[in-house]
Design a binder for this molecule. Structure first.
Ligand code: NAD
Length: 252
């Protein structure tokens, strides 16, 4: 384990040595933007249990509750702007040091910070829009909200009658095949895997850093707390993400 200031210098050294780094992010990178994570004190799970995919599909009432929660969080999530951590990652991508950002986040803040969309691999989808679960047609949240406010529920798909859901992957829902394949390719191709702000307990997502490590990549973790992967990490930094990543950039 390294102190944040020493660790930033060590992480900068690892980044300089690497040719194809991949960054893997979790909810922790967005807490400094005002979006709570799941597991920290005050995180989303201390307030309400997540809705499982099976419950969502099976019950109209559960769907209404899910949409009610989605619209309730709209104000905070839509006001959120990328923070210093997102900007540092975007700068590493811009300099060609990081090939891909694999993220568990659904907030679109990596794209907002300037990472080209084709370099962001969203394992758990994106909450900024919705899709029909049957035919995959895209719907905009503002249109669904207008319908919800008028009728008390979300519209079904206007083409096939299917259920419309935010374009996120819920617990119990199949992982997106394309993103899983892209993440696997990126993990196998990288020579440095840098995990920022993930508790590394959600699988299969947390398997990608381990895949990279087993394939010979160096493994670095930045988190304010100890994670489940401590034993595998070549470098483990304990500090706040924004200040630490700013220090890493300064040390490059
Ligand atoms: P998590 O809540 O399990 O873990 C977040 C981790 O980040 C914790 O280990 C915490 O110690 C650390 N952390 C939080 N703020 C930090 C900071 N400022 N500096 C350093 N460390 C910090 O998150 P997860 O592992 O990403 O898994 C939760 C799941 O919930 C994800 O799969 C994601 O889909 C979803 N989620 C997404 C968002 C989002 O899009 N912003 C927010 C909440 C949950």
């Amino acid at each position: 384990m390294s102190r944040p200031d020493e660790g930033a210098v060590e992480l900068a050294a690892l980044l300089r040595m690497s040719r194809r780094a991949v960054v893997f992010t979790g909810a922790g990178i967005s807490t400094e933007s005002g979006i709570p994570d799941f597991r920290s004190p005050g995180g989303i799970w201390t307030k309400m249990m997540p809705i499982d995919f099976g419950q969502f599909v099976a019950s109209k009432q559960v769907r209404q509750e899910s949409w009610r929660r989605r619209f309730e969080m709209e104000k905070d999530w839509m006001a959120a702007k990328p923070n210093a951590g997102h900007s540092a990652v975007a700068e590493l991508v811009r300099r060609g040091m990081v090939t891909h950002v694999i993220t568990q986040n659904i907030d679109n803040l990596h794209q907002d910070s300037g990472v080209p969309a084709e370099k962001v691999i969203e394992l758990h989808g994106n909450t900024r829009y919705a899709r029909c679960l049957s035919c995959n047609t895209r719907y905009e949240i503002s249109d669904i909200r207008a319908h919800f406010e008028k009728h008390g529920d979300a519209p079904d798909c206007k083409f096939c009658g299917g259920i419309v859901k935010t374009a996120t992957i819920s617990f119990g829902q199949a992982m997106p095949e394309d993103e899983m394949e892209r993440a696997q390719r990126a993990a196998l191709a990288c020579d440095l895997m840098l995990v920022i702000g993930s508790s590394l307990v959600v699988y299969p997502a947390a398997g990608f850093p381990l895949l990279a490590k087993r394939n010979g990549a160096a493994y670095a973790i930045l988190n304010r707390e100890v994670t489940d992967h401590e034993a595998y990490a070549d470098l483990s930094l304990h500090g706040e993400i924004g200040p630490t990543m700013s220090a890493v950039l300064a040390a490059l």
